[in-house]
Write a protein that binds this ligand. Structure first.
Ligand code: DGL
Length: 289
């Protein structure tokens, strides 16, 4: 595969990271913190460096190459921060970047990606109709097509794809419960409820932050499923296998340090504060220029 990003060749590959190094997590914006929280709760002794590419969010409308290049830049930054693993907490980025990143970094810098959680929805659906809500770019990628082929078709489950370019900006601006967001969700999801869908796969890491809004409209009519817990478990498995789990408690240290490429940390501070549970120690900073 031709190089998709002029990353300087790793002339001096960094020495293999140690167990006390942080976990790197990346998303196009603050949405991937939904995965960060799952990892923080699953691995309470681990520190997380989170890269939010708020200078370029949303990725959903972008073309494949742009998504690959922005993702490559972010993962390279996490690598150079000395992270011991990188979690691409972005379905859109995972759809286009995982093979390249794994070939580029090899075994010493494991890359964890994610795909919409269609498998559990297919297994649990009583009506055999599930909806998948993701960005247009995610549906262009091969990952989701493979999952549909592998799990939905054999189970004769009908998958209804849904895309929206409006929902990510609502989450990025803290407007999940605004009238505009509620009406967008209602218009988007009512037809699939009418079509008999009993599960909604949240195929974008921003969307778990819309759970309250969706349930305020549809109650228990839709069971909401996301990939966060599965990604946390996979991250733990890889760190365990590579003997890179950090076992000692870190008492009062910051557990999630979020860096934003859009230099808008001050603006995002209260918005992220409303997403973070009390028990998580976190901090937000502008990405050093
Ligand atoms: N949160 C990302 C995802 O899971 C990207 C959303 C966007 O930037 O459009 O797809």
């Amino acid at each position: 595969m031709t190089a998709i990003h002029p990353l300087a060749p790793l002339l001096h590959p960094m020495t293999r990271a140690q167990a006390d190094a942080p976990i790197g997590i990346f998303d196009s914006g603050i949405g991937g913190l939904s995965v960060g929280l799952e990892i923080a709760q699953h691995l309470p002794n681990e520190q997380i460096v989170y890269y939010a590419d708020t200078a370029h969010v949303p990725y959903g409308p972008r073309d494949d190459q742009e998504i690959r290049e922005l993702t490559a830049q972010a993962i390279e930054w996490l690598y150079r921060q000395g992270c011991k693993i990188a979690v691409v907490a972005c379905n859109t980025a995972s759809a286009f970047s995982l093979d390249y990143l794994r070939a580029h970094y090899g075994e010493d810098f494991p890359i964890v990606g994610l795909v919409p959680a269609l498998k559990p929805a297919v297994l649990q659906s009583k009506t055999k109709t599930v909806a998948v809500l993701a960005t247009p770019a995610t549906f262009r990628g091969q990952l989701i097509k493979d999952v549909i082929q592998r799990f939905a078709l054999p189970a004769e489950v009908k998958v209804i794809p849904l895309t929206s370019l409006e929902l990510v900006p609502f989450v990025e601006s803290g407007a999940q419960m605004s009238a505009a967001c509620l009406s967008t969700l209602s218009e988007l999801l009512q037809p699939v409820v009418d079509a008999g869908a009993d599960h909604l796969v949240l195929g974008c890491t921003h969307y778990p932050f819309l759970k309250t809004a969706i349930q305020s409209i549809f109650g228990q009519k839709l069971t909401l499923i996301d990939s966060g817990t599965a990604v946390a478990r996979q991250t733990s498995r890889i760190l365990t296998k590579n003997e890179l789990l950090f076992e000692q408690s870190r008492a009062d240290q910051v557990q999630i340090h979020c860096y934003v490429s859009g230099q808008n940390a001050e603006h995002l501070q209260p918005i992220v504060g409303r997403l973070m549970p009390e028990q998580i120690r976190w901090k937000i900073s502008n990405l050093p220029r």
